[in-house]
Write a protein that binds this ligand. Structure first.
Ligand SMILES: *[C@@H]1O[C@H](CO)[C@@H](O)[C@H](O)[C@H]1NC(C)=O
Ligand SMILES: *[C@@H]1O[C@H](CO)[C@@H](O)[C@H](O)[C@H]1NC(C)=O
Ligand SMILES: *[C@@H]1O[C@H](CO)[C@@H](O)[C@H](O)[C@H]1NC(C)=O
Ligand SMILES: *[C@@H]1O[C@H](CO)[C@@H](O)[C@H](O)[C@H]1NC(C)=O
Ligand SMILES: *[C@@H]1O[C@H](CO)[C@@H](O)[C@H](O)[C@H]1NC(C)=O
Ligand SMILES: *[C@@H]1O[C@H](CO)[C@@H](O)[C@H](O)[C@H]1NC(C)=O
Length: 512
């Protein structure tokens, strides 16, 4: 009997202890995690959009109390590692921002169970090397931004795990060669940025897997030379290629022979010295070509021969002294904007603006132009675009620099206008009266009249006043002579009888 009672007591105590422990454990768990706060107490939370902004809150981990959200923004916190299984608790997650967390550890399978994520922005972290297993689970990811994250390497075919990836931003990392083989041959990537890396090596066939790529950025890399001519092979859909500030010194023949579809090509801020014959062969669809801030001093006559679609050409801020004769003739029906400002051009004889029939904007500012007949060609073709022409100056034979709109370019043996259809854009503004033919094509240097238009106007007014004065004087003289004659006639023909009659008679006389 005693032993049974004793046993019951023992069980009661044990059970009580266990329950106490359980409650205590539960309590301590609640205190340890920040789950005491609701999502809208911890973050800026919109229940309507299912959007939580939890940036800059010194969080060390993902806030599980926001596990219902569609958009989770935990940028600029201290989430240094991404633990496996943690993200899968966010069932509705579609847009995830993990930017700027100094994150260096991503556990394998960290994204497992995250099939809903379409957009992942996690630049500004510290990854160094990424393997394929990190991306498992991102089956529906479409856009991934991983800029400025110290990445040197990504495992071969790592993005097999993200078959729907369209945008990949790897700007500002540590690549020395593009990650050529990270995508599956059947990928759908359209946008790739590799700007601001340390890329100097472009292996043969590097982009052969990027058949759907439309925009490729390689700006701000020390590329210097393209020696592997099949580097760009396979880029069958490329529309825009940006290679500005890549230390290129020339465009080796055939460098771009594999890309036929590009319509915007940016080569600004390189070290290119000459535009050779057919440098842009095989690029018939280029509409926009930017070559500003290079060291170009000469353009070959046949450079643009194959650019049948060229609409905008920027060659500002180079050292251009010579442009091959009729270099722009191949693009005369398509070119609308031509920027040649900040060069070393003395004459525009070879480009004679009136020959580029489609031209709408032409900029020639900051060139050491000589005041010459051809400039009036430019002046008239730019009468609709004063903005570009307003600052164009030319130097007269005596060295004085004048604005081309404020000087009169007179021509002693002025070239005859070539017969043919009149350029409809060569309208004549009220201030720039033509004092010479417009469509001159010869090279004779012409003298510049010293008088400005306003001075000329004053001169004409003075002449007019003088002529008027002389004519008035003559008229007065004639009137006086006639009057004297009349008086004489009256004296001898009729004797004076009555003052009143005299007046009537003289009136009658006048009438007769
Ligand atoms: C990032 O974390 C590393 C350690 O993982 C540390 O050495 C470094 O100072 C941190 N950088 C910043 C900007 O917090
Ligand atoms: C990245 O991590 C390394 C250590 O893994 C650290 O030395 C370095 O300072 C970190 N870089 C940044 C920008 O925090
Ligand atoms: C050319 O490609 C080969 C491999 O295909 C590579 O080793 C070499 O560095 C590349 N050269 C340049 C200048 O990119
Ligand atoms: C050009 O690229 C270098 C690095 O290659 C960078 O330091 C520099 O700021 C860039 N210049 C411009 C104007 O972007
Ligand atoms: C005009 O074209 C001819 C022939 O291509 C060339 O020799 C000359 O240097 C060019 N002149 C200028 C000013 O560009
Ligand atoms: C080009 O000309 C158009 C009008 O013809 C003008 O609106 C536009 O601003 C010009 N572009 C530049 C860069 O000056």
């Amino acid at each position: 009997m005693w032993s049974i009672r004793n046993r019951n007591w023992f069980f009661t105590v044990a059970c009580g202890c266990w329950c106490f422990q359980l409650v205590k454990a539960q309590q301590s768990k609640h205190i340890d995690t920040p789950e005491v706060l609701l999502c809208d107490e911890l973050c800026e939370f919109s229940a309507w959009a299912m959007h939580a902004y939890c940036g800059e809150r010194m969080l060390g981990d993902l806030p599980l109390q926001c596990r219902e959200v569609k958009t989770l923004d935990v940028r600029l916190n201290d989430i240094h590692s991404l633990k496996s299984g943690r993200l899968s608790e966010f069932d509705n997650l579609k847009y995830l921002f993990l930017v700027g967390n100094n994150m260096s550890e991503v556990e394998d399978g960290a994204f497992e169970g995250c099939e809903g994520i379409q957009f992942l922005s996690w630049g500004g972290n510290n990854f160094t090397r990424l393997t394929r297993s990190k991306f498992v689970g991102l089956r529906n990811l479409m856009h991934m931004l991983m800029d400025n994250s110290n990445i040197r390497e990504i495992e071969t075919e790592a993005f097999i795990e993200t078959p729907l990836l369209k945008t990949l931003d790897l700007t500002g990392n540590k690549f020395i060669s593009p990650p050529c083989d990270v995508v599956h041959p059947q990928n759908v990537l359209t946008d790739l940025s590799l700007s601001d890396n340390f890329i100097s090596i472009l292996p043969e066939g590097c982009f052969s897997r990027f058949q759907n790529l439309e925009r490729l950025k390689l700006s701000n890399n020390p590329i210097r030379l393209i020696t592997n001519l099949s580097t760009f092979e396979g880029l069958h859909s490329l529309k825009k290629l940006e290679m500005d500030n890549t230390s290129l010194t020339s465009l080796p023949v055939g460098s771009f022979r594999h890309i036929h579809t590009v319509n915007e090509f940016v080569l600004s801020r390189n070290l290119i010295k000459v535009l050779e014959e057919r440098d842009f062969a095989t690029l018939p669809e280029v509409e926009v070509l930017r070559l500003d801030h290079n060291h170009i001093h000469a353009i070959h006559s046949r450079t643009f021969v194959d650019l049948q679609s060229l609409r905008l050409l920027v060659i500002s801020n180079n050292k251009i002294m010579s442009i091959g004769l009729h270099a722009f003739i191949p693009v005369e029906t398509t070119l609308e904007e031509l920027y040649l400002d900040g060069n070393e051009l003395r004459s525009i004889h070879n480009i004679s603006a009136s020959s580029i029939r489609s031209l709408k904007n032409l900029s020639l500012a900051r060139n050491p132009l000589e005041c010459h007949c051809h400039l009036s060609t430019f002046r008239h073709s730019t009468s609709g675009m004063e903005q570009g022409g307003a600052s164009v100056t030319c130097r007269k034979s005596n060295g004085v620099e004048v604005n081309i709109f404020e000087t009169t370019l007179t021509a002693t043996p002025c070239p005859k206008p070539t017969p043919g259809p009149v350029n409809p854009r060569a309208r004549i503004g009220p201030t720039n009266k033509p004092t010479m033919p417009i469509y001159g094509e010869t090279t004779e240097q012409l003298e510049t009249n010293e008088l400005s238009t306003s001075q000329q106007n004053i001169f004409y007014v003075l002449i007019f006043l003088m002529v008027l004065t002389v004519m008035l004087g003559c008229a007065l003289l004639v009137w006086w002579i006639l009057r004297v004659k009349m008086r004489k006639n009256r004296k001898y023909s009729k004797p004076v009888e009555d003052n009143n009659n005299v007046k009537d008679k003289s009136d009658n006389y006048d009438v007769i």
